[in-house]
Write a protein that binds this ligand. Structure first.
Ligand code: SF4
Length: 192
């Protein structure tokens, strides 16, 4: 495969940053796989908290994710509930203990590094990373995952005075402003 030296250098930098972030995670009560699941659940909307969705997002196997969820449950970081949309499946929610842990997430240190290195001008970096992620997802034939506002099924402000002003045309469900910004397993990017 032929790539430019600059692109290869960028890939090395991302890989090194990822390793440094992982190293910080080893110092806590939670291991890296458990941090990954907690972070995903913190960002996922109510349609996307099933073990299958977690496994898809993390590009992991369902067996591995199920073991991680069981371990988090036994430590008191997540609770298991019957799915409100499909009684045959389960979904997970963060406990207060998990929310407290996420306030000292080691990834915040990397976010701080980014803030300082860019002087707060993160937009270009974000754009480049998002485009890179889209390429990687396409190469791996993975699901996009993303927020409602950029989804082709999103219908904005159809109930302006309601607490759930938006609507999902795919799932036929009302959506709040907060859900509009959350990560969804069913998201399909709107045409650019
Ligand atoms: S509008 Fe798209 S992203 Fe939002 S809930 Fe529906 S499918 Fe998911």
């Amino acid at each position: 495969m032929s790539v430019t030296p600059e692109a290869l250098e960028a890939a090395h930098l991302i890989d090194r940053l990822e390793r440094l972030a992982r190293f910080a995670e080893q110092t806590d009560r939670l291991n890296p796989a458990q941090w990954d699941v907690l972070r995903y659940l913190a960002r996922a909307n109510r349609f996307s908290r099933t073990p299958a969705a977690v496994a898809d997002y993390l590009a992991s196997t369902r067996g591995t994710v199920s073991r991680t969820l069981a371990s988090l449950e036994s430590k008191g970081y997540v609770s298991r509930n019957q799915s409100s949309r499909d009684g045959r499946s389960v979904e997970f929610a963060l406990t207060q203990q998990a929310e407290k842990a996420l306030r000292r997430d080691p990834l915040l240190a990397l976010a701080k590094d980014i803030e300082q290195a860019t002087g707060g001008n993160v937009a270009d970096l974000l754009d480049g990373l998002r485009r890179t992620l889209r390429e990687a997802i396409g190469r791996n034939h993975g699901r996009a995952f993303g927020a409602c506002f950029s989804c082709r099924h999103f219908r904005a402000d159809i109930r302006p005075s309601s607490r759930t002003p938006h609507h999902c045309a795919l799932l036929n469900e009302p959506l709040s402003e907060l859900e509009n910004l959350s990560t969804c397993v069913e998201q399909e990017p709107a045409a650019a």
